[in-house]
Design a protein around this ligand. Structure first.
Ligand code: RB5
Length: 147
C-alpha cells in the first residue's frame, strides 16, 4: 500500500519518524513535504496529500501539523476525502471501521512519538465494515455533491 504523507514545519520531525516506521512495516511512502522546520503553511501540504489520495495515486494519507486541526481541515476540503484528526488509537481505528477515513491527521504538539505510532498502527489496521455504515458515508458524499 502506498501512503501519502505531509506536514507543516511543526510536524516535520515527527513526520520523519512516521516515515521510518511505515517503511519498516513494508508500506510505500510518498512524501509531499515540507522538508524542513522553516515556517510554512499547513494548507499546502494538507491539500497535496488529499489530492494524491482523492486522485488514486496513493491509497491513504497521513498529515501532521501542530494540532492536526488545520491540516485536517485543508485535507477535508478536497472532494472524496474523509480526514480524521486523532490523539488516541481508539478513534483512529473506529474512524476506519465506521467512517472509511482515508486521511489521518494528528498534532506534533499534542501527541508524542510513541503515541503517534500507535495511532498510525491502529488506523492502518482498521478495515471499513460497510453495512449499516455505508449509508452514512454515502450521506457525507451527498453533502459534497450538493455544493
Ligand atoms: C503553526 O504554528 C500551527 O498553527 C499549525 O501547525 C497547526 O497547529 C494548525 O492547525
Amino acid at each position: 500500500m502506498k501512503i501519502a504523507i505531509g506536514c507543516d514545519h511543526v510536524g516535520f520531525a515527527l513526520k520523519g519518524r512516521v516515515i521510518e516506521h511505515l517503511l519498516e512495516k513494508g508500506y510505500e511512502v510518498e512524501d509531499f513535504g515540507t522538508n524542513s522546520t522553516e515556517r510554512t503553511d499547513y494548507p499546502i501540504y494538507g491539500k497535496a496529500v488529499a489530492k494524491a489520495v482523492a486522485g488514486g495515486e496513493c491509497e491513504k494519507g497521513i498529515v501532521i501539523c501542530g494540532t492536526g486541526v488545520g491540516i485536517s481541515l485543508a485535507a477535508n476540503k478536497v472532494k472524496g476525502i474523509r480526514a480524521v484528526v486523532c490523539s488516541e488509537p481508539y478513534s483512529a481505528l473506529l474512524s476506519r471501521q465506521h467512517n472509511d477515513t482515508n486521511v489521518l491527521a494528528f498534532g506534533a504538539r499534542v501527541v508524542g512519538e510513541d503515541l503517534a505510532l500507535m495511532i498510525v498502527d491502529a488506523w492502518l489496521s482498521g478495515v471499513y465494515e460497510g453495512g449499516r455504515h455505508a449509508r452514512r458515508v454515502q450521506m457525507l458524499a451527498d453533502i459534497e455533491n450538493e455544493q
